[in-house]
Design a protein around this ligand. Structure first.
Ligand SMILES: Cc1cc2nc3c(=O)[nH]c(=O)nc-3n(C[C@H](O)[C@H](O)[C@H](O)COP(=O)(O)OP(=O)(O)OC[C@H]3O[C@@H](n4cnc5c(N)ncnc54)[C@H](O)[C@@H]3O)c2cc1C
Length: 509
């Protein structure tokens, strides 16, 4: 049975690998000349600028996502780097008892607890209360990925989920806290300010802090040495080894349908590729409202398109620098408040600055040189997307204005102005252009307040047969784990619907 897949991102390749394992003939049509989609890095001069895999959930056995990664890749052959300190936060107003103005967010929970209690013994009770839900969460798969969850009757699913009651209890206890409101639990001013400054800008729900901490401690959210593109190429190689076919530089224009049945793809130069089944692993809005002309939708999808149901995840501005200087003594990731907010041409004001120093991956720069990146989330992506489309000089001028401000701030902190050999600016327009993601979204939908709610984006579309959808848009919050999970689930669903016993086959298993 032949399956056409739109998109050679992580989700499309994952679906392809599992279907190849189960005897299907798959073809991936990718508009770009390379695999990976958002999981990417790019080379400029002697430097590789990375853009995605800061942490891969399931890089080791401490998360059950490891099982999926290890089914599609030989994980033992991939080198991951786990940081001792997730982030160093520079403070503005307070010093600790040692006269330091930096808070260290250690990844080892025992060390973090000990460090916090040493700094603020008066807050011992509050610190232990902060640690408790994190340690409880370590007992669960997060997000829950019970193997057959999408395919089992809801009552059995409910029973299986009962074991999550302890998690639910702690989740409900902290779900209404943000890092700002939680900070007020601490009497110690240093700790209070540290918690307020943990994120780049807005208040963030405590789950965004506690879930990663529960996983970092188990060394199961590492960075793959070589960066995101090298990682994506490993997935591509696995797909090819399983017998799949990649069609690069082949943008899909339309999904061909006949009487409510998907029949194939219309690609560039109006060439048609017919198949028994079709999967789209490309942008959700493009798939539903452009490739299928909005013919297979219900009210829920129209609401989603009109942004009534969910918001689109932030896009990102990334400024990358190749610096002819050994920065191995610097922390790999630090954030500090600025004296004056940095105002972007898109109108966003950033009170804090984050610097990412890739001094832990020697493959990204020649010896003695270092890649440094500075990035910011933005929701004012239309400014960048529209000005690139309609007013290129304005777009270029805005990029130059912002990069100059950033170099000034970087130079003040690191003294690197004269060592910058190459630089690169990626805006929401860049992410949208290269991957087709709506509004340059980096992770699909933004999770709403109810972060455990069921996703409104399913694997199928109403009224359309022989068609499936899988990508990070399936589950608010997105990310690589969701991309592989949805790719696997779609393959499994196809096997189930076509009476094929789903099997995992790989030489290394
Ligand atoms: C700066 C940044 C940092 C991130 N950091 C992390 C992180 O640390 N950890 C993490 O887990 N996740 C991270 N993510 C998110 C993660 O990269 C994405 O959620 C994930 O890669 C999405 O995979 P996907 O396959 O669902 O979609 P995509 O990567 O968007 O893949 C879709 C593919 O479809 C192709 N396509 C689109 N339209 C067409 C068409 N018409 N015809 C043919 N092909 C088409 C695209 O070119 C693309 O290759 C980050 C993302 C960014 C941008």
């Amino acid at each position: 049975m032949k399956v056409n897949i739109i998109g050679g991102g992580v989700s499309g390749m994952t679906a392809g690998i599992y279907l190849q394992m189960n005897g299907f003939e798959t073809h991936i049509f990718e508009k770009h000349s390379i695999p990976g989609g958002l999981c990417t890095s790019w080379v400029k001069g002697e430097y590789t600028f990375d853009s995605c895999a800061h942490w891969i959930l399931g890089s080791d056995t401490g998360s059950s996502f490891y099982k999926i990664w290890n089914e599609i890749l030989d994980m033992k052959k991939i080198q991951f780097h786990n940081h001792d300190v997730r982030l160093e936060v520079g403070l503005k107003d307070n010093v600790n008892k040692y006269g330091e103005k930096t808070f260290y967010l250690y990844t080892n929970l025992d060390r973090l607890e000990e460090y916090m209690i040493d700094l603020a013994p008066e807050d011992t009770k509050a610190i232990k209360a902060f640690m408790k839900p994190i340690r409880v969460m370590q007992k669960f798969d997060l997000p829950p990925i019970l193997d057959d969850l999408p395919f089992i009757p809801s009552m059995i699913r409910g029973i299986k989920m009962m074991r999550y009651l302890e998690f639910l209890y702690w989740f409900l206890k902290i779900k209404n806290y943000t890092n700002y409101t939680y900070a007020r639990k601490f009497k110690n001013p240093f700790l209070r300010e540290s918690f307020e400054l943990l994120y780049d800008g807005d208040e963030v729900n405590m789950m965004v802090l506690t879930v990663p901490l529960s996983i970092f401690d188990k060394q199961s959210a590492g960075y793959p040495i070589g960066g995101s593109m090298a990682y994506a190429k490993k997935i591509e190689q696995s797909y090819l080894n399983h017998g799949g076919t990649m069609h690069y530089n082949t943008p899909v224009k339309k999904i061909i349908t006949e009487n409510g049945v998907a029949k194939g793809l219309l690609v560039r130069n109006n060439v048609s590729h017919f198949s028994d089944l079709t999967i789209s692993a490309a942008d959700w809005k493009f798939t539903v409202f452009e490739a299928l002309d909005g013919k297979f939708v219900d009210q829920k999808m129209i609401d989603l398109k009109n942004l009534k149901g969910l918001e689109v995840f932030y896009s990102v501005m990334q400024f990358s620098f190749g610096i002819a200087k050994d920065l191995s003594e610097l922390p790999h990731f630090f954030r500090y408040p600025l004296d004056e907010p940095l105002v972007s041409p898109d109108g966003t004001s950033y009170p804090r600055f984050e610097i990412h120093v890739y001094n832990y991956d020697a493959t990204l720069a020649p010896p003695g040189k270092t890649v440094v990146t500075v990035s910011f989330y933005t929701t004012n992506r239309e400014f960048w997307i529209d000005s690139r489309k309609n007013n290129r000089p304005k777009y270029r001028a805005a990029k130059t204005e912002m990069v100059n401000k950033i170099i000034d701030i970087l130079d003040k902190r690191l003294g690197i102005r004269d060592n910058i050999e190459v630089m690169d600016v990626a805006t929401p327009a860049t992410f949208q252009r290269y991957t087709g993601n709506w509004k340059g979204s980096t992770q699909g939908w933004l999770p709403g307040k109810n972060i455990v709610a069921r996703s409104p984006v399913g694997f199928k579309l109403p009224g359309l047969k022989n068609f499936y959808y899988s990508s990070h848009w399936n589950q608010p919050g997105g990310g690589l784990p969701i991309a592989i999970k949805t790719g696997r689930d779609v393959a499994k669903l196809i096997c189930k619907e076509h009476n094929v016993k789903f099997e995992v086959k790989a030489d290394h298993l």
